[in-house]
Design a protein around this ligand. Structure first.
Ligand code: UTP
Length: 290
Protein backbone atom coordinates (compact mmCIF):
# COMPACT_ATOMS: atom_id res chain seq x y z
CA UNK A 1 0.00 0.00 0.00
CA UNK A 2 1.19 3.54 -0.77
CA UNK A 3 1.80 5.54 2.41
CA UNK A 4 1.49 9.22 1.46
CA UNK A 5 -2.02 10.71 1.75
CA UNK A 6 -2.73 12.53 -1.51
CA UNK A 7 -6.44 11.95 -2.03
CA UNK A 8 -9.44 13.32 -0.17
CA UNK A 9 -13.04 12.20 -0.36
CA UNK A 10 -15.53 15.02 0.21
CA UNK A 11 -18.99 13.56 0.80
CA UNK A 12 -21.53 16.14 -0.35
CA UNK A 13 -24.60 14.10 -1.21
CA UNK A 14 -26.56 14.58 2.02
CA UNK A 15 -30.04 16.10 1.96
CA UNK A 16 -29.19 18.98 4.32
CA UNK A 17 -32.56 18.83 6.08
CA UNK A 18 -31.42 21.13 8.93
CA UNK A 19 -31.06 23.93 6.40
CA UNK A 20 -34.37 23.58 4.59
CA UNK A 21 -35.81 25.36 2.70
CA UNK A 22 -32.43 26.78 1.54
CA UNK A 23 -31.20 23.29 0.62
CA UNK A 24 -34.28 22.07 -1.24
CA UNK A 25 -32.80 22.71 -4.68
CA UNK A 26 -29.29 24.02 -3.85
CA UNK A 27 -26.40 22.13 -2.23
CA UNK A 28 -25.76 22.80 1.45
CA UNK A 29 -22.05 22.65 0.57
CA UNK A 30 -22.49 25.77 -1.59
CA UNK A 31 -23.86 27.93 1.24
CA UNK A 32 -21.41 30.81 1.61
CA UNK A 33 -19.55 31.89 4.72
CA UNK A 34 -18.56 35.51 3.96
CA UNK A 35 -17.63 35.04 0.26
CA UNK A 36 -16.71 31.37 -0.13
CA UNK A 37 -18.89 28.26 -0.21
CA UNK A 38 -18.44 25.72 2.59
CA UNK A 39 -16.86 23.17 0.27
CA UNK A 40 -14.16 25.65 -0.80
CA UNK A 41 -13.00 25.97 2.82
CA UNK A 42 -12.65 22.17 2.92
CA UNK A 43 -10.71 22.06 -0.37
CA UNK A 44 -8.38 24.92 0.63
CA UNK A 45 -7.66 23.32 4.02
CA UNK A 46 -6.83 20.03 2.28
CA UNK A 47 -4.55 21.64 -0.31
CA UNK A 48 -2.63 23.39 2.49
CA UNK A 49 -1.96 19.89 3.90
CA UNK A 50 -0.59 18.46 0.64
CA UNK A 51 -3.77 16.81 -0.72
CA UNK A 52 -3.61 16.72 -4.52
CA UNK A 53 -6.78 14.96 -5.68
CA UNK A 54 -10.41 15.37 -4.65
CA UNK A 55 -13.21 12.86 -5.01
CA UNK A 56 -16.45 14.67 -4.41
CA UNK A 57 -19.54 12.58 -3.73
CA UNK A 58 -22.54 14.39 -5.15
CA UNK A 59 -26.23 13.71 -5.55
CA UNK A 60 -29.36 15.30 -6.94
CA UNK A 61 -29.37 19.13 -7.03
CA UNK A 62 -25.58 19.23 -6.50
CA UNK A 63 -24.42 20.30 -9.98
CA UNK A 64 -23.41 23.75 -8.68
CA UNK A 65 -20.46 22.10 -6.88
CA UNK A 66 -18.98 20.88 -10.19
CA UNK A 67 -19.56 24.28 -11.79
CA UNK A 68 -17.85 26.02 -8.90
CA UNK A 69 -14.53 24.21 -9.46
CA UNK A 70 -14.79 24.33 -13.28
CA UNK A 71 -13.69 27.13 -15.60
CA UNK A 72 -16.30 29.81 -16.40
CA UNK A 73 -15.39 31.23 -19.80
CA UNK A 74 -17.86 34.12 -19.99
CA UNK A 75 -17.15 35.29 -16.45
CA UNK A 76 -13.39 35.02 -16.97
CA UNK A 77 -13.61 37.13 -20.16
CA UNK A 78 -15.65 39.78 -18.36
CA UNK A 79 -13.15 39.95 -15.48
CA UNK A 80 -10.26 40.21 -17.98
CA UNK A 81 -11.89 43.03 -19.94
CA UNK A 82 -12.77 44.97 -16.79
CA UNK A 83 -9.26 44.50 -15.33
CA UNK A 84 -10.45 42.59 -12.24
CA UNK A 85 -7.29 40.49 -12.11
CA UNK A 86 -7.52 39.60 -8.40
CA UNK A 87 -10.99 38.12 -8.82
CA UNK A 88 -9.90 36.39 -12.05
CA UNK A 89 -7.01 34.73 -10.22
CA UNK A 90 -9.34 33.70 -7.40
CA UNK A 91 -11.88 31.97 -9.66
CA UNK A 92 -9.16 30.39 -11.85
CA UNK A 93 -7.09 28.84 -9.11
CA UNK A 94 -8.64 25.38 -9.47
CA UNK A 95 -7.24 24.74 -12.94
CA UNK A 96 -4.26 22.72 -11.67
CA UNK A 97 -6.23 20.67 -9.13
CA UNK A 98 -7.71 17.26 -9.94
CA UNK A 99 -11.39 16.77 -9.16
CA UNK A 100 -13.46 13.65 -9.73
CA UNK A 101 -17.20 13.48 -9.10
CA UNK A 102 -19.23 10.43 -8.20
CA UNK A 103 -23.01 10.41 -7.86
CA UNK A 104 -24.45 8.71 -4.81
CA UNK A 105 -27.79 7.62 -6.26
CA UNK A 106 -29.62 7.86 -2.94
CA UNK A 107 -28.57 9.46 0.33
CA UNK A 108 -28.08 6.17 2.16
CA UNK A 109 -25.65 7.61 4.70
CA UNK A 110 -22.08 8.85 5.15
CA UNK A 111 -20.68 5.30 5.14
CA UNK A 112 -22.37 4.54 1.83
CA UNK A 113 -21.14 7.86 0.36
CA UNK A 114 -17.53 6.91 1.19
CA UNK A 115 -18.01 3.41 -0.24
CA UNK A 116 -19.00 5.03 -3.57
CA UNK A 117 -15.39 6.33 -3.86
CA UNK A 118 -13.74 2.90 -3.56
CA UNK A 119 -12.85 2.52 -7.29
CA UNK A 120 -11.00 5.88 -7.21
CA UNK A 121 -9.00 5.17 -4.06
CA UNK A 122 -7.68 1.66 -4.70
CA UNK A 123 -4.63 0.92 -2.48
CA UNK A 124 -3.95 4.35 -1.01
CA UNK A 125 -4.65 5.90 2.38
CA UNK A 126 -7.04 8.83 2.01
CA UNK A 127 -8.60 11.70 3.94
CA UNK A 128 -12.35 12.19 4.41
CA UNK A 129 -13.34 15.81 4.89
CA UNK A 130 -16.86 16.91 5.78
CA UNK A 131 -17.49 20.43 4.52
CA UNK A 132 -20.00 21.09 7.25
CA UNK A 133 -17.22 21.18 9.84
CA UNK A 134 -15.09 24.30 9.38
CA UNK A 135 -11.84 24.22 11.34
CA UNK A 136 -10.02 27.28 12.69
CA UNK A 137 -6.93 27.49 10.43
CA UNK A 138 -4.78 28.67 13.37
CA UNK A 139 -4.75 25.05 14.59
CA UNK A 140 -4.44 22.94 11.43
CA UNK A 141 -6.21 19.77 12.53
CA UNK A 142 -5.73 17.79 9.33
CA UNK A 143 -2.00 18.53 9.28
CA UNK A 144 -1.65 17.22 12.84
CA UNK A 145 -3.66 14.10 11.96
CA UNK A 146 -1.44 13.45 8.94
CA UNK A 147 1.62 13.55 11.19
CA UNK A 148 0.07 10.91 13.44
CA UNK A 149 -0.82 8.81 10.41
CA UNK A 150 2.78 9.09 9.11
CA UNK A 151 4.03 7.75 12.44
CA UNK A 152 1.43 5.04 13.16
CA UNK A 153 0.31 4.05 9.61
CA UNK A 154 -3.17 3.39 11.02
CA UNK A 155 -6.49 5.22 10.62
CA UNK A 156 -6.79 8.49 12.56
CA UNK A 157 -10.08 10.23 13.34
CA UNK A 158 -10.69 13.70 14.73
CA UNK A 159 -12.32 14.08 18.14
CA UNK A 160 -13.88 16.92 20.08
CA UNK A 161 -15.16 17.04 23.65
CA UNK A 162 -18.86 17.92 23.52
CA UNK A 163 -21.41 18.43 26.31
CA UNK A 164 -22.71 15.02 27.37
CA UNK A 165 -26.26 16.18 26.52
CA UNK A 166 -25.19 16.43 22.84
CA UNK A 167 -23.51 13.04 22.36
CA UNK A 168 -26.64 11.67 20.68
CA UNK A 169 -25.78 13.82 17.61
CA UNK A 170 -22.36 12.19 17.07
CA UNK A 171 -20.32 9.03 16.89
CA UNK A 172 -18.63 8.66 20.28
CA UNK A 173 -15.48 6.74 21.22
CA UNK A 174 -14.13 4.80 24.14
CA UNK A 175 -10.34 4.91 24.24
CA UNK A 176 -7.08 5.08 26.13
CA UNK A 177 -5.55 8.54 26.29
CA UNK A 178 -1.91 9.35 25.45
CA UNK A 179 -1.80 13.19 25.49
CA UNK A 180 -4.08 14.45 22.70
CA UNK A 181 -4.07 11.02 21.06
CA UNK A 182 -6.49 8.23 22.00
CA UNK A 183 -6.05 4.57 21.15
CA UNK A 184 -9.62 3.67 20.33
CA UNK A 185 -11.24 0.63 21.94
CA UNK A 186 -14.82 1.08 20.73
CA UNK A 187 -17.10 3.45 18.83
CA UNK A 188 -20.86 4.00 19.10
CA UNK A 189 -22.99 6.05 16.71
CA UNK A 190 -25.43 8.51 18.31
CA UNK A 191 -25.58 6.96 21.82
CA UNK A 192 -27.92 8.32 24.46
CA UNK A 193 -26.07 10.33 27.16
CA UNK A 194 -26.64 7.41 29.58
CA UNK A 195 -25.06 4.85 27.23
CA UNK A 196 -22.19 7.02 25.89
CA UNK A 197 -18.75 5.69 26.92
CA UNK A 198 -17.36 9.28 26.92
CA UNK A 199 -18.09 12.77 25.64
CA UNK A 200 -15.43 12.41 22.91
CA UNK A 201 -17.34 12.97 19.68
CA UNK A 202 -16.09 12.12 16.20
CA UNK A 203 -15.97 15.22 13.98
CA UNK A 204 -15.58 15.63 10.23
CA UNK A 205 -11.92 14.80 9.55
CA UNK A 206 -10.66 11.24 9.04
CA UNK A 207 -7.53 9.59 7.67
CA UNK A 208 -8.54 6.13 6.52
CA UNK A 209 -6.97 3.13 4.83
CA UNK A 210 -8.62 0.99 2.12
CA UNK A 211 -9.44 -1.82 4.60
CA UNK A 212 -12.45 0.27 5.61
CA UNK A 213 -14.23 -0.51 2.32
CA UNK A 214 -14.86 -4.21 3.03
CA UNK A 215 -16.43 -3.21 6.36
CA UNK A 216 -18.52 -0.47 4.76
CA UNK A 217 -19.75 -2.91 2.12
CA UNK A 218 -21.01 -5.25 4.86
CA UNK A 219 -22.92 -2.60 6.85
CA UNK A 220 -26.67 -2.72 7.22
CA UNK A 221 -28.50 0.55 7.95
CA UNK A 222 -27.71 1.73 11.49
CA UNK A 223 -28.69 4.88 13.44
CA UNK A 224 -31.25 6.98 11.52
CA UNK A 225 -31.64 4.14 8.96
CA UNK A 226 -28.32 5.17 7.35
CA UNK A 227 -25.15 3.20 6.50
CA UNK A 228 -22.84 4.60 9.16
CA UNK A 229 -19.06 5.03 8.90
CA UNK A 230 -18.85 4.66 12.70
CA UNK A 231 -20.31 1.13 12.49
CA UNK A 232 -17.65 0.12 9.94
CA UNK A 233 -14.90 1.62 12.13
CA UNK A 234 -16.29 -0.29 15.10
CA UNK A 235 -15.68 -3.54 13.17
CA UNK A 236 -12.28 -2.43 11.88
CA UNK A 237 -10.94 -1.53 15.34
CA UNK A 238 -11.21 -5.21 16.33
CA UNK A 239 -8.63 -6.02 13.62
CA UNK A 240 -6.37 -2.98 13.42
CA UNK A 241 -5.47 -0.05 15.69
CA UNK A 242 -7.39 3.20 15.15
CA UNK A 243 -6.31 6.44 16.79
CA UNK A 244 -8.33 9.51 17.73
CA UNK A 245 -6.85 12.99 17.84
CA UNK A 246 -8.39 15.66 20.07
CA UNK A 247 -8.82 18.95 18.22
CA UNK A 248 -6.98 21.97 19.70
CA UNK A 249 -8.75 24.91 18.06
CA UNK A 250 -12.33 25.83 17.26
CA UNK A 251 -14.64 23.77 15.05
CA UNK A 252 -17.80 25.30 13.60
CA UNK A 253 -20.66 22.92 12.88
CA UNK A 254 -21.89 24.86 9.87
CA UNK A 255 -24.47 22.19 8.99
CA UNK A 256 -26.37 23.61 11.95
CA UNK A 257 -27.91 27.10 11.81
CA UNK A 258 -26.35 28.41 15.00
CA UNK A 259 -22.89 27.05 14.12
CA UNK A 260 -23.26 28.60 10.67
CA UNK A 261 -24.00 32.02 12.17
CA UNK A 262 -21.07 31.73 14.62
CA UNK A 263 -18.69 30.88 11.76
CA UNK A 264 -20.03 33.76 9.68
CA UNK A 265 -19.39 36.26 12.48
CA UNK A 266 -15.93 34.93 13.39
CA UNK A 267 -14.71 34.64 9.81
CA UNK A 268 -16.09 38.06 8.87
CA UNK A 269 -14.16 39.50 11.82
CA UNK A 270 -11.00 37.86 10.44
CA UNK A 271 -11.59 39.09 6.88
CA UNK A 272 -9.19 41.91 5.91
CA UNK A 273 -11.75 43.81 3.83
CA UNK A 274 -14.65 43.52 6.26
CA UNK A 275 -13.34 43.25 9.78
CA UNK A 276 -13.28 46.92 10.74
CA UNK A 277 -16.73 47.88 9.44
CA UNK A 278 -18.27 44.64 10.62
CA UNK A 279 -16.83 45.06 14.11
CA UNK A 280 -18.24 48.61 14.29
CA UNK A 281 -21.61 47.25 13.21
CA UNK A 282 -21.52 44.50 15.85
CA UNK A 283 -20.57 46.91 18.64
CA UNK A 284 -23.49 49.21 17.74
CA UNK A 285 -25.82 46.23 17.43
CA UNK A 286 -24.87 44.81 20.83
CA UNK A 287 -25.59 48.20 22.45
CA UNK A 288 -29.13 48.09 21.07
CA UNK A 289 -29.57 44.62 22.58
CA UNK A 290 -28.38 45.39 26.09
P1 UTP B 1 -25.08 15.07 7.70
O1 UTP B 1 -25.21 14.09 8.78
O2 UTP B 1 -24.77 16.48 8.06
O3 UTP B 1 -26.38 15.00 6.82
O4 UTP B 1 -23.97 14.51 6.72
P2 UTP B 1 -26.93 16.04 5.77
O5 UTP B 1 -27.94 15.34 4.94
O6 UTP B 1 -25.81 16.69 5.00
O7 UTP B 1 -27.62 17.18 6.66
P3 UTP B 1 -28.87 17.13 7.66
O8 UTP B 1 -28.40 16.42 8.89
O9 UTP B 1 -30.01 16.42 6.96
O10 UTP B 1 -29.17 18.57 7.89
C1 UTP B 1 -22.59 14.66 6.97
C2 UTP B 1 -21.87 14.71 5.64
O11 UTP B 1 -22.07 13.50 4.92
C3 UTP B 1 -22.61 13.77 3.64
C4 UTP B 1 -23.25 15.14 3.75
O12 UTP B 1 -23.32 15.77 2.49
C5 UTP B 1 -22.35 15.84 4.75
O13 UTP B 1 -21.22 16.39 4.12
N1 UTP B 1 -23.56 12.70 3.29
C6 UTP B 1 -24.50 12.32 4.19
C7 UTP B 1 -23.48 12.12 2.05
O14 UTP B 1 -22.64 12.47 1.20
N2 UTP B 1 -24.38 11.12 1.74
C8 UTP B 1 -25.32 10.72 2.62
O15 UTP B 1 -26.09 9.79 2.28
C9 UTP B 1 -25.38 11.33 3.87
Amino acid sequence: MKTKVKKAILPAAGLGTRFLPATKASPKEMLPIVDKPLIQYAVEESISCGIEEFIIITGKHKRAIEDHFDSAFELEEKLKVTGKSKLLKEINKWNQIKFAYIRQRAALGLGHAILCAEPFVRDEPFAVILSDDIIDPEYPLLKEMLKIYAEKKCPVIALEEVPISEVNRYGVIDGVQEGRVYKIKNLIEKPSPEKAPSNLAIIGRYILTPEIFEHLARQKPGAGGEIQLTDALKELVRKTPIYGYLIRGKRYDVGDKLGYLEATVDLALKNDELSKDFKDFLIKKIKTLS
